[in-house]
Design a protein around this ligand. Sequence first.
Ligand SMILES: [Zn+2]
Length: 391
Amino acid sequence: MIALLALAAILPQQVFIATPRGLAAVPVSTERGIAAVAAARLMGPLGLVTSLEGTSVRVVVGGRTFDFDLGAPFVRIGDAAYPLVGAPYVARDTLFLPLHWLADFVPRLSSGRYRWDAVRARLEETPAVAALPAVPASSTLTVGTANAITGLRLPHTIVVDPGHGGIDPGNPGQTFPGHLAEKDVTLSIGRLLRAELMRRGLNVVLTRATDTLIALADRPTFCRAECDLFVSIHVNSMPKGPRQGRASGVETYFVSDAKTEDQKRVSQMENDAMRFDTRAPGDGPLAFILNDLQLNEYLRESARLADLVQGRVASIHPGGDRGVQQGPFLVLAAARRPAVLVEAGFATHSGDGAFLTSALGQRKIVNAIADGIVTYLLEFERKLAVGGSGR
Ligand SMILES: [Zn+2]
Protein backbone atom coordinates (compact mmCIF):
# COMPACT_ATOMS: atom_id res chain seq x y z
CA MET A 1 0.00 0.00 0.00
CA ILE A 2 2.96 2.30 0.61
CA ALA A 3 3.85 1.67 -3.01
CA LEU A 4 0.43 2.81 -4.19
CA LEU A 5 0.79 6.07 -2.33
CA ALA A 6 4.26 6.64 -3.73
CA LEU A 7 3.05 6.12 -7.28
CA ALA A 8 -0.05 8.25 -6.79
CA ALA A 9 2.31 11.12 -6.10
CA ILE A 10 3.65 10.97 -9.65
CA LEU A 11 0.26 10.67 -11.36
CA PRO A 12 -0.38 13.64 -13.62
CA GLN A 13 -2.75 16.16 -12.13
CA GLN A 14 -4.48 16.55 -15.45
CA VAL A 15 -4.93 15.14 -18.93
CA PHE A 16 -5.21 17.09 -22.15
CA ILE A 17 -7.75 16.83 -24.92
CA ALA A 18 -6.25 18.08 -28.17
CA THR A 19 -8.71 18.70 -31.00
CA PRO A 20 -8.72 20.93 -34.08
CA ARG A 21 -10.83 23.27 -31.94
CA GLY A 22 -8.14 23.70 -29.30
CA LEU A 23 -6.46 22.17 -26.28
CA ALA A 24 -8.37 21.55 -23.06
CA ALA A 25 -6.89 20.54 -19.71
CA VAL A 26 -9.05 18.18 -17.67
CA PRO A 27 -8.19 17.58 -14.00
CA VAL A 28 -7.59 13.98 -12.89
CA SER A 29 -9.27 12.99 -9.65
CA THR A 30 -7.89 10.17 -7.50
CA GLU A 31 -10.24 10.65 -4.54
CA ARG A 32 -11.68 7.12 -4.92
CA GLY A 33 -8.32 5.43 -5.40
CA ILE A 34 -8.61 5.30 -9.18
CA ALA A 35 -7.73 7.89 -11.79
CA ALA A 36 -10.98 9.44 -13.00
CA VAL A 37 -12.19 12.46 -14.92
CA ALA A 38 -15.42 14.44 -14.56
CA ALA A 39 -17.71 13.68 -17.50
CA ALA A 40 -18.83 17.32 -17.60
CA ARG A 41 -15.27 18.43 -18.36
CA LEU A 42 -15.28 16.24 -21.49
CA MET A 43 -18.52 17.62 -22.94
CA GLY A 44 -16.95 20.70 -24.51
CA PRO A 45 -13.77 19.24 -26.00
CA LEU A 46 -15.17 15.81 -26.97
CA GLY A 47 -18.85 16.55 -27.55
CA LEU A 48 -19.57 13.91 -24.92
CA VAL A 49 -23.25 13.23 -24.20
CA THR A 50 -24.19 11.48 -20.95
CA SER A 51 -27.42 10.28 -19.43
CA LEU A 52 -27.86 8.89 -15.93
CA GLU A 53 -30.84 6.74 -14.97
CA GLY A 54 -30.70 5.13 -11.55
CA THR A 55 -27.26 3.52 -11.55
CA SER A 56 -27.14 3.16 -15.35
CA VAL A 57 -24.89 5.58 -17.18
CA ARG A 58 -24.86 5.99 -20.94
CA VAL A 59 -22.10 7.94 -22.62
CA VAL A 60 -21.99 8.75 -26.32
CA VAL A 61 -18.74 9.98 -27.81
CA GLY A 62 -17.41 9.94 -31.35
CA GLY A 63 -20.56 8.11 -32.52
CA ARG A 64 -19.97 5.25 -30.03
CA THR A 65 -22.26 4.38 -27.15
CA PHE A 66 -20.71 3.20 -23.87
CA ASP A 67 -22.89 1.84 -21.04
CA PHE A 68 -21.70 1.80 -17.43
CA ASP A 69 -23.15 0.99 -14.04
CA LEU A 70 -22.13 3.19 -11.13
CA GLY A 71 -19.75 1.28 -8.88
CA ALA A 72 -19.14 -1.51 -11.42
CA PRO A 73 -15.66 -1.77 -12.97
CA PHE A 74 -16.64 -2.49 -16.54
CA VAL A 75 -18.03 -0.85 -19.66
CA ARG A 76 -20.53 -2.37 -22.06
CA ILE A 77 -20.29 -1.74 -25.76
CA GLY A 78 -23.20 -3.32 -27.59
CA ASP A 79 -23.64 -6.83 -26.21
CA ALA A 80 -20.10 -7.14 -24.89
CA ALA A 81 -18.72 -6.02 -21.54
CA TYR A 82 -15.09 -5.18 -20.95
CA PRO A 83 -13.30 -4.96 -17.59
CA LEU A 84 -12.07 -1.58 -16.41
CA VAL A 85 -9.46 -0.89 -13.76
CA GLY A 86 -11.97 1.24 -11.84
CA ALA A 87 -15.67 2.00 -11.65
CA PRO A 88 -17.56 5.19 -12.56
CA TYR A 89 -18.96 7.08 -9.58
CA VAL A 90 -20.84 10.22 -8.60
CA ALA A 91 -19.29 12.68 -6.17
CA ARG A 92 -20.59 16.19 -5.37
CA ASP A 93 -23.35 15.75 -8.01
CA THR A 94 -20.68 15.16 -10.64
CA LEU A 95 -20.27 11.99 -12.70
CA PHE A 96 -16.69 10.70 -12.81
CA LEU A 97 -15.55 8.20 -15.44
CA PRO A 98 -12.42 6.02 -15.11
CA LEU A 99 -9.44 7.42 -16.96
CA HIS A 100 -8.78 3.86 -18.19
CA TRP A 101 -11.94 4.13 -20.30
CA LEU A 102 -10.90 7.47 -21.80
CA ALA A 103 -7.31 6.42 -22.46
CA ASP A 104 -8.00 2.92 -23.75
CA PHE A 105 -11.56 2.31 -24.96
CA VAL A 106 -12.36 5.68 -26.53
CA PRO A 107 -9.34 5.59 -28.87
CA ARG A 108 -9.68 1.84 -29.50
CA LEU A 109 -13.28 2.13 -30.65
CA SER A 110 -12.97 5.46 -32.44
CA SER A 111 -11.99 3.99 -35.82
CA GLY A 112 -8.80 6.00 -35.73
CA ARG A 113 -10.42 9.31 -34.79
CA TYR A 114 -8.69 9.50 -31.41
CA ARG A 115 -5.31 8.37 -30.16
CA TRP A 116 -3.96 8.31 -26.62
CA ASP A 117 -0.47 9.66 -26.00
CA ALA A 118 0.49 8.13 -22.65
CA VAL A 119 3.70 10.13 -22.35
CA ARG A 120 1.96 13.48 -22.59
CA ALA A 121 -1.29 12.21 -21.02
CA ARG A 122 -3.07 13.51 -24.08
CA LEU A 123 -6.08 12.34 -26.06
CA GLU A 124 -5.61 13.63 -29.58
CA GLU A 125 -8.29 13.96 -32.19
CA THR A 126 -6.82 13.25 -35.59
CA PRO A 127 -8.10 14.68 -38.85
CA ALA A 128 -10.71 12.49 -40.54
CA VAL A 129 -9.29 9.10 -41.51
CA ALA A 130 -10.68 6.13 -43.35
CA ALA A 131 -12.94 4.11 -41.09
CA LEU A 132 -11.21 1.09 -39.62
CA PRO A 133 -13.02 -1.84 -38.07
CA ALA A 134 -13.15 -1.64 -34.30
CA VAL A 135 -10.72 -3.96 -32.54
CA PRO A 136 -12.45 -5.92 -29.79
CA ALA A 137 -10.83 -6.09 -26.37
CA SER A 138 -9.59 -9.43 -25.13
CA SER A 139 -11.95 -10.22 -22.28
CA THR A 140 -15.28 -10.03 -24.00
CA LEU A 141 -18.00 -10.92 -21.55
CA THR A 142 -19.80 -13.53 -23.58
CA VAL A 143 -20.94 -15.61 -20.66
CA GLY A 144 -20.64 -19.26 -21.58
CA THR A 145 -20.94 -22.40 -19.56
CA ALA A 146 -18.37 -22.88 -16.84
CA ASN A 147 -15.23 -24.81 -17.76
CA ALA A 148 -15.48 -28.25 -16.15
CA ILE A 149 -11.95 -28.10 -14.67
CA THR A 150 -11.67 -24.48 -13.57
CA GLY A 151 -15.22 -23.14 -13.29
CA LEU A 152 -14.15 -20.15 -15.44
CA ARG A 153 -16.75 -18.80 -17.87
CA LEU A 154 -14.72 -16.37 -19.98
CA PRO A 155 -11.81 -16.92 -22.33
CA HIS A 156 -8.48 -15.83 -20.79
CA THR A 157 -5.00 -15.50 -22.23
CA ILE A 158 -1.93 -15.79 -20.01
CA VAL A 159 1.53 -14.71 -21.14
CA VAL A 160 4.18 -16.96 -19.58
CA ASP A 161 7.70 -15.54 -19.65
CA PRO A 162 10.60 -17.96 -18.97
CA GLY A 163 13.39 -15.67 -17.75
CA HIS A 164 16.70 -15.19 -19.62
CA GLY A 165 17.73 -17.40 -22.59
CA GLY A 166 20.30 -17.60 -25.38
CA ILE A 167 23.48 -15.70 -24.51
CA ASP A 168 21.93 -14.65 -21.18
CA PRO A 169 22.11 -17.73 -18.92
CA GLY A 170 20.68 -15.99 -15.85
CA ASN A 171 22.38 -17.28 -12.73
CA PRO A 172 24.83 -20.17 -13.26
CA GLY A 173 22.79 -22.69 -11.24
CA GLN A 174 25.52 -23.50 -8.71
CA THR A 175 23.75 -26.54 -7.25
CA PHE A 176 22.10 -27.70 -10.47
CA PRO A 177 23.30 -30.97 -12.01
CA GLY A 178 25.30 -30.94 -15.25
CA HIS A 179 25.54 -27.64 -17.05
CA LEU A 180 22.04 -26.48 -16.27
CA ALA A 181 21.68 -22.73 -15.65
CA GLU A 182 18.73 -20.58 -14.63
CA LYS A 183 17.62 -20.12 -18.26
CA ASP A 184 17.17 -23.90 -18.69
CA VAL A 185 15.05 -24.34 -15.58
CA THR A 186 12.86 -21.29 -16.35
CA LEU A 187 12.27 -22.61 -19.86
CA SER A 188 11.39 -26.06 -18.58
CA ILE A 189 8.96 -24.69 -15.98
CA GLY A 190 7.53 -22.22 -18.51
CA ARG A 191 6.77 -24.94 -21.05
CA LEU A 192 5.20 -27.18 -18.41
CA LEU A 193 3.14 -24.23 -17.18
CA ARG A 194 1.89 -23.58 -20.69
CA ALA A 195 0.81 -27.22 -21.02
CA GLU A 196 -0.92 -27.21 -17.63
CA LEU A 197 -2.80 -23.93 -18.26
CA MET A 198 -3.88 -25.16 -21.69
CA ARG A 199 -5.11 -28.40 -20.13
CA ARG A 200 -7.29 -26.18 -17.93
CA GLY A 201 -8.76 -24.46 -20.98
CA LEU A 202 -6.75 -21.22 -20.88
CA ASN A 203 -4.98 -19.63 -23.83
CA VAL A 204 -1.23 -19.29 -23.33
CA VAL A 205 1.48 -17.32 -25.09
CA LEU A 206 5.12 -18.11 -24.27
CA THR A 207 7.60 -15.27 -24.71
CA ARG A 208 10.15 -17.91 -25.66
CA ALA A 209 9.72 -21.64 -26.31
CA THR A 210 13.40 -22.29 -27.04
CA ASP A 211 16.83 -21.30 -25.74
CA THR A 212 16.77 -17.85 -27.25
CA LEU A 213 17.16 -14.34 -25.87
CA ILE A 214 14.15 -12.03 -25.90
CA ALA A 215 15.08 -8.46 -24.94
CA LEU A 216 13.61 -7.48 -21.59
CA ALA A 217 11.85 -4.54 -23.17
CA ASP A 218 10.21 -6.84 -25.74
CA ARG A 219 8.87 -9.42 -23.30
CA PRO A 220 5.89 -7.36 -22.12
CA THR A 221 4.88 -6.65 -25.73
CA PHE A 222 3.63 -10.25 -25.81
CA CYS A 223 1.01 -9.01 -23.35
CA ARG A 224 -1.11 -6.62 -25.36
CA ALA A 225 -4.68 -6.91 -26.60
CA GLU A 226 -4.95 -10.67 -26.16
CA CYS A 227 -3.60 -10.92 -22.65
CA ASP A 228 -5.17 -10.99 -19.20
CA LEU A 229 -2.07 -11.41 -17.13
CA PHE A 230 1.70 -11.82 -17.31
CA VAL A 231 3.79 -14.31 -15.32
CA SER A 232 7.58 -14.25 -15.47
CA ILE A 233 9.50 -17.29 -14.18
CA HIS A 234 12.95 -16.96 -12.59
CA VAL A 235 15.34 -18.73 -10.22
CA ASN A 236 16.92 -16.85 -7.34
CA SER A 237 20.54 -16.92 -6.21
CA MET A 238 22.44 -15.57 -3.24
CA PRO A 239 25.83 -13.91 -3.72
CA LYS A 240 28.96 -15.36 -2.09
CA GLY A 241 28.95 -14.91 1.66
CA PRO A 242 27.60 -16.43 4.84
CA ARG A 243 24.02 -16.46 3.53
CA GLN A 244 24.83 -18.06 0.18
CA GLY A 245 24.03 -21.68 0.95
CA ARG A 246 21.36 -20.95 3.53
CA ALA A 247 18.73 -18.84 1.77
CA SER A 248 15.96 -20.97 0.29
CA GLY A 249 12.34 -20.85 -0.76
CA VAL A 250 9.97 -19.12 -3.14
CA GLU A 251 9.08 -15.45 -3.42
CA THR A 252 6.71 -13.68 -5.80
CA TYR A 253 7.24 -10.10 -6.91
CA PHE A 254 5.00 -7.41 -8.27
CA VAL A 255 6.37 -4.15 -9.58
CA SER A 256 7.03 -1.11 -7.40
CA ASP A 257 9.96 0.55 -5.73
CA ALA A 258 12.23 -1.89 -3.90
CA LYS A 259 11.95 -1.49 -0.13
CA THR A 260 14.65 -3.82 1.19
CA GLU A 261 18.22 -4.73 0.28
CA ASP A 262 17.09 -8.21 -0.81
CA GLN A 263 14.41 -6.76 -3.07
CA LYS A 264 17.02 -4.43 -4.62
CA ARG A 265 19.37 -7.36 -5.15
CA VAL A 266 16.77 -9.45 -6.97
CA SER A 267 15.45 -6.65 -9.18
CA GLN A 268 19.00 -5.57 -10.12
CA MET A 269 19.84 -9.19 -10.95
CA GLU A 270 16.81 -9.60 -13.23
CA ASN A 271 17.05 -6.14 -14.81
CA ASP A 272 20.69 -6.92 -15.56
CA ALA A 273 19.55 -8.80 -18.67
CA MET A 274 19.32 -5.27 -20.11
CA ARG A 275 23.03 -5.50 -20.81
CA PHE A 276 22.29 -8.08 -23.50
CA ASP A 277 19.94 -5.60 -25.15
CA THR A 278 21.71 -4.12 -28.14
CA ARG A 279 19.44 -1.11 -28.44
CA ALA A 280 20.37 2.23 -26.96
CA PRO A 281 19.40 2.69 -23.34
CA GLY A 282 16.44 4.97 -22.93
CA ASP A 283 14.10 2.93 -25.14
CA GLY A 284 11.99 2.15 -22.13
CA PRO A 285 13.34 3.63 -18.92
CA LEU A 286 11.43 2.56 -15.86
CA ALA A 287 10.66 6.10 -14.69
CA PHE A 288 8.95 6.74 -17.98
CA ILE A 289 6.75 3.68 -17.62
CA LEU A 290 6.01 4.38 -13.97
CA ASN A 291 4.43 7.62 -15.09
CA ASP A 292 1.82 5.67 -16.96
CA LEU A 293 -1.59 6.53 -15.65
CA GLN A 294 -2.88 3.00 -15.55
CA LEU A 295 0.02 1.44 -13.77
CA ASN A 296 -1.19 2.02 -10.24
CA GLU A 297 -4.53 0.49 -11.14
CA TYR A 298 -2.79 -2.68 -12.28
CA LEU A 299 -0.62 -2.62 -9.17
CA ARG A 300 -3.51 -3.55 -6.93
CA GLU A 301 -4.46 -6.47 -9.19
CA SER A 302 -0.83 -7.53 -9.45
CA ALA A 303 -0.51 -7.56 -5.67
CA ARG A 304 -3.54 -9.83 -5.40
CA LEU A 305 -2.26 -12.16 -8.13
CA ALA A 306 1.14 -12.29 -6.40
CA ASP A 307 -0.52 -13.14 -3.12
CA LEU A 308 -2.48 -16.05 -4.60
CA VAL A 309 0.44 -17.48 -6.59
CA GLN A 310 2.85 -17.14 -3.67
CA GLY A 311 0.44 -18.85 -1.27
CA ARG A 312 0.01 -21.85 -3.56
CA VAL A 313 3.67 -22.31 -4.42
CA ALA A 314 4.83 -21.80 -0.83
CA SER A 315 2.48 -24.57 0.31
CA ILE A 316 4.33 -27.17 -1.78
CA HIS A 317 7.87 -25.74 -1.64
CA PRO A 318 10.41 -27.56 0.52
CA GLY A 319 12.52 -24.38 0.82
CA GLY A 320 9.82 -22.37 2.52
CA ASP A 321 7.80 -19.19 2.07
CA ARG A 322 9.68 -15.91 1.54
CA GLY A 323 6.45 -14.02 0.91
CA VAL A 324 5.22 -11.50 -1.61
CA GLN A 325 7.85 -8.92 -2.48
CA GLN A 326 8.02 -5.68 -4.43
CA GLY A 327 10.68 -4.52 -6.82
CA PRO A 328 11.21 -2.20 -9.79
CA PHE A 329 11.23 -4.91 -12.44
CA LEU A 330 11.37 -3.55 -15.93
CA VAL A 331 9.76 -6.68 -17.32
CA LEU A 332 6.70 -6.23 -15.09
CA ALA A 333 6.35 -2.46 -15.31
CA ALA A 334 5.74 -2.50 -19.03
CA ALA A 335 3.23 -5.35 -19.12
CA ARG A 336 0.18 -3.08 -18.68
CA ARG A 337 -1.70 -5.97 -17.16
CA PRO A 338 -1.61 -7.64 -13.77
CA ALA A 339 1.94 -9.00 -13.77
CA VAL A 340 4.06 -11.02 -11.36
CA LEU A 341 7.53 -12.51 -11.28
CA VAL A 342 8.04 -15.84 -9.48
CA GLU A 343 11.51 -16.55 -8.06
CA ALA A 344 10.84 -20.27 -7.81
CA GLY A 345 13.71 -21.11 -5.45
CA PHE A 346 17.45 -20.65 -4.96
CA ALA A 347 20.01 -22.14 -7.31
CA THR A 348 22.53 -21.57 -4.50
CA HIS A 349 20.67 -23.87 -2.07
CA SER A 350 21.18 -27.60 -2.51
CA GLY A 351 17.64 -28.57 -1.46
CA ASP A 352 16.03 -25.95 -3.69
CA GLY A 353 18.39 -26.88 -6.52
CA ALA A 354 17.34 -30.53 -6.38
CA PHE A 355 13.66 -29.58 -6.22
CA LEU A 356 13.87 -27.10 -9.13
CA THR A 357 15.62 -29.55 -11.43
CA SER A 358 13.51 -32.64 -10.63
CA ALA A 359 10.51 -33.62 -12.73
CA LEU A 360 8.34 -33.91 -9.63
CA GLY A 361 9.46 -30.54 -8.24
CA GLN A 362 8.78 -28.77 -11.52
CA ARG A 363 5.37 -30.44 -11.78
CA LYS A 364 4.47 -29.29 -8.25
CA ILE A 365 5.60 -25.72 -8.94
CA VAL A 366 3.65 -25.58 -12.19
CA ASN A 367 0.44 -26.96 -10.66
CA ALA A 368 0.70 -24.48 -7.81
CA ILE A 369 1.25 -21.47 -10.10
CA ALA A 370 -1.68 -22.60 -12.27
CA ASP A 371 -3.89 -22.93 -9.15
CA GLY A 372 -3.00 -19.37 -8.13
CA ILE A 373 -3.75 -18.02 -11.60
CA VAL A 374 -7.11 -19.79 -11.83
CA THR A 375 -8.13 -18.60 -8.35
CA TYR A 376 -7.25 -15.05 -9.36
CA LEU A 377 -9.27 -15.30 -12.59
CA LEU A 378 -12.28 -16.76 -10.74
CA GLU A 379 -12.19 -13.76 -8.40
CA PHE A 380 -11.92 -11.47 -11.39
CA GLU A 381 -14.94 -13.06 -13.09
CA ARG A 382 -16.93 -12.78 -9.88
CA LYS A 383 -16.18 -9.06 -9.75
CA LEU A 384 -17.52 -8.67 -13.29
CA ALA A 385 -20.65 -10.63 -12.41
CA VAL A 386 -21.29 -8.45 -9.37
CA GLY A 387 -21.11 -5.42 -11.63
CA GLY A 388 -23.42 -7.03 -14.17
CA SER A 389 -26.17 -7.71 -11.64
CA GLY A 390 -26.39 -4.03 -10.70
CA ARG A 391 -28.80 -3.17 -13.49
ZN1 LIG B 1 16.32 -14.51 -13.49
